[in-house]
Design a protein around this ligand. Sequence first.
Ligand code: AHM
Ligand code: MG
Length: 335
Amino acid sequence: MTQKVSLTRYLVEQQRVDGLIPAQLRLLLEVVARACKRISFAVNKGELGDVMGAAETQNVQGEVQKKLDIIANEVLIEANEWGGHLAAMASEEMEGIYVVPNRYPQGEYLLLFDPLDGSSNIDVNVSIGTIFSVLKKPDDHPGVQEADFLQAGAKQVAAGYCIYGPQTTLVLTVGDGVAMFTLDREQGSFVLTQENLRVPEDTKEFAINMSNMRHWDAPVKRYIDECLAGKDGPRGKDFNMRWIASMVADVHRILMRGGVFMYPWDKREPEKPGKLRLMYEANPMSWLVEQAGGAATNGKERILDIEPTKLHQRVSVILGSKNEVERVTGYHAEK
Ligand code: AHM
Ligand code: MG
């Protein structure tokens, strides 16, 4: 019988054999996975638990919070604050950073997360997820402040997401490719189910919210028009479209079978660079996609090279199969 490899064993081996991750980072990732397990169980309860519907609050982005947004945020904080591996956390659901309280030891890592991505899908039983990114706190000063989080995505030391869909699946990179773990509910543990995920360089599938078409910039419109023209158009092939409205689910599909995902800048709110957030949505997803052989840009530059200036900064996102991302980015350059 082939032995199953648990997430714990995988991380221990990454630490021991490859020396890729220090013990504190291994602990951190185990704790994040444990929190995701708890969130998965809460998500699964649905109408049977007090988890559905809107809360009476708004987050820093002015969006109405769902009960599960708040629950997931609390679960992640409670799980991570006492272990001694973190200095502070930042979340889509909190305006400022959350510094680990004095009663616990402070570690050297910073954790950022979107506790529940795809919130509009919670109440309709469609896949949602948790996205996370780990940075190292700069060691040139004591204490921790918001500015410590403002590091380019290329500095991440770990990134991943957990998707709560037909299966609960954790997808992770520590800079050595992308590995996937499926939650075994009977055992209560994540089990390694795929290593070295690869995003095919070409694709016939795109993901974009087409209802915003009239607001797009010319290069994005050109790219989609060419896809829509199919076999008889300049691309010479028919394309398929998918849009789940959970970035986690759209990116997961791309990691599994390729495709291109776009949430570009548009004219609805021209002062905003895009809808998605750089630090805890675009950066971790871009690193995962790059680690799997894909690409990610904002139309002009590699997302991982963007130097952030604000914790909740937004960004235009084009990611997925390399040749398609390069094509859309090329159209922006031509413009
Ligand atoms: P959220 O973090 O508040 O859930 O918002 C992010 C989500 C992404 O998961 C998804 O790609 C996008 O918003 C969908 O936006 P739209 O409803 O405009 O299609
Ligand atoms: Mg989100």
